[in-house]
Write a protein that binds this ligand. Structure first.
Ligand SMILES: Nc1ncnc2c1ncn2[C@@H]1O[C@H](COP(=O)(O)OP(=O)(O)OP(=O)(O)O)[C@@H](O)[C@H]1O
Length: 281
């Protein structure tokens, strides 16, 4: 289970003449996501969706609040006063909060992330990309090739196993990113606008593939998207963020059976419900 409790995030920004002020990007965001759920976060550009996903992944510390994964606290907020920093150093016995946060931010193999810009290694073939992740997972060398073939087949890339990402279409590259994420067998996959860079037809096909993979995997998925239709067609529930600083403005449960089609009356009605949270400001 993922629990985000009153997450607030501020960034220091320059206000000229060497001074900085705090910019609040997320304001007291709380939500709970059950195991195996598919949850979407929708909100206007700049409302802090990516920042929130990075905090869920433990890649950034919140300024206030905390994230718990299965009851374990992920990263505690970094202090921002000299006395707080001193106490923090003493507690963690590291040189600086930054060094400490870097140490504690080492990648968790139970959380995978997928980004809009296809986070795959360009110098490796599709098969090598998946095999690399299997290696991190500790799969013995002799089993990696067969297993890589299995994950590539799951996303329809068996024919492209020996191709490099540069020779693939955007949709194929994002399929490869999916294969990599699922091959890590994580408990949670966090997706940041994963289909924003592909055309509409490819996007619908990728959405169908993603639902199919998720239904058979039991993995929890958290998807950040601008696309309300995508959120409604894929998710069990949709959280609507306000414009910056991002706060949760509403939650819509989606109880329509899958597969869902964008044009159906039920999906249109739910899209209206999600949109009404934006408009009731
Ligand atoms: N390291 C940083 N320092 C200062 N400001 C930052 C930093 N990271 C993000 N921001 C600011 O936080 C705000 C939220 O950014 P974020 O990328 O989380 O929003 P988003 O909802 O994902 O936007 P989009 O949908 O356009 O990707 C933006 O105004 C961004 O400029």
């Amino acid at each position: 289970m993922i629990e985000a409790v009153a997450i607030t995030k501020t960034f220091p920004i320059s206000s000229g003449q060497g001074r900085t002020t705090d910019k609040t990007v997320l304001q007291s965001v709380s939500l709970t996501i059950g195991d195996g759920a598919f949850v979407s976060l929708v909100g206007p550009t700049g409302c802090g969706k990516s920042t929130f996903l990075e905090i869920l992944a433990g890649l950034q510390a919140p300024s206030h609040g905390e994230v718990r994964i299965d009851g374990t606290r992920l990263l505690e907020p970094l202090p921002n006063t000299p006395s707080g920093i001193k106490a923090y150093r003493k507690k963690h016995r590291f040189l600086s909060p930054i060094a400490n946060s870097l140490f504690r931010n080492k990648p968790r193999h139970d959380i995978a992330m997928i980004f809009q810009d296809y986070a795959v290694f360009p110098w490796m073939t599709a098969r090598q990309n998946v095999q690399f992740v299997l290696g991190l997972r500790g799969v013995p060398r002799g089993e990696r090739e067969k297993l890589a073939r299995h994950y590539l087949a799951m996303v329809g890339l068996e024919e492209a196993a020996n191709s490099y990402p540069a020779h693939m279409s955007g949709g194929m590259r994002q399929r490869l990113a999916l294969a990599r994420a699922f091959s890590a067998e994580p408990g949670i996959i966090l997706m940041d606008e994963p289909f924003a860079a592909v055309d509409a037809l490819t996007r619908e096909k990728l959405q169908d593939d993603l639902v199919r993979l998720w239904e058979t995997s039991g993995i929890t998925i958290v998807l950040a998207t601008h696309d309300v239709g995508e959120a409604v067609c894929l998710s069990d529930e949709v959280y609507v963020f306000s414009p910056a600083p991002g706060a949760i403005r509403g939650r819509v449960a989606i109880d329509v059976p899958r597969p869902r089609r964008h044009q159906t009356v039920a999906v249109q009605g739910l899209k209206e419900q999600v949109l009404s949270h934006f408009l009731n400001t």
